[in-house]
Design a protein around this ligand. Sequence first.
Ligand code: PEP
Ligand code: MG
Length: 316
Amino acid sequence: ERKAALAATTGPGATSDGHKVPLLANVGGPADVPAAVEAGAEGVGLFRTEFLFLDDSTKAPTEEKQVDAYRQVLEAFPEGRVVVRVLDAGADKPLDFLTPADEPNPALGVRGLRSLLDHPEVLRTQLSALAKAAEGLPVYLEVMAPMVADRTDAKAFADACREAGLQAKFGAMVEIPSAALRARSILQEVEFLSLGTNDLAQYTFAADRQVGAVSRLQDPWQPALLDLVALSAESAKAEGKSCGVCGEAASDPLLACVLTGLGVTSLSMGAASIPYVRATLGKYTLAQCERAAAAARAADSAEEARKAAHAVLSGE
Ligand code: PEP
Ligand code: MG
């Protein structure tokens, strides 16, 4: 019965009073596309391009191989949005040809955009492959960089995109607290923000996402994390730009309502979560989501934040 009720929820993501929040899919490559289409994803909010590079850790895949993979994903969402993240190597995803072997703290070392700025030829090839893949397609391509720390990073990425002749919107992921704190400055260089709440939690709480013993601090309901989400979303609004979430936080239906209340403009998640988030979001007005968000931020722990949001939305 629950399954039937969920299957009945189709269409674009929105609150009960019609405030639209596009529900997008996180994909790792062409193999994830059918599930995303079936779930009614309005596009792709995070295409993790690492998968293409993980087959062979000694060198980058050829431009042709990349064009082929990118095109398969782009073709699946005609008229839709596809947000491609450039290679996010290092830390938990080391690549021999990119990642320094001797880092004492790989999560704080040369990873994400930092690796690409150290190896501009790898970034150039990837951007050129994306430009070719999008050629002639009506898709709305957006390209974003992982691990942007400040405006200097954002400018370096935007410059590389322009030099590659990419017809797309350029964005920055907010995964480091400095990026949330200075979001307005970063938005002088790029056109959108996307919050990677997994890494943002890791760096806000100094809690390694791979270490189970500190998982309490990885909880995306932590009020400090919600504060950084709010700051990013408010900064984007002040600049007339968008701010989505593509971390795991977006896949929790109750938290998705809170994120909407904080001002987040799109939610990207694993395809399997989309029907649940769509159904829950559709039950509440934007004002209810805003009240739930305020209650969650007023809490002093993740657990209290969750309870407070639940109490507001269930009318307790
Ligand atoms: C994140 O950090 O929240 C994110 C979306 O990127 P990844 O999980 O691939 O690091
Ligand atoms: Mg990340």
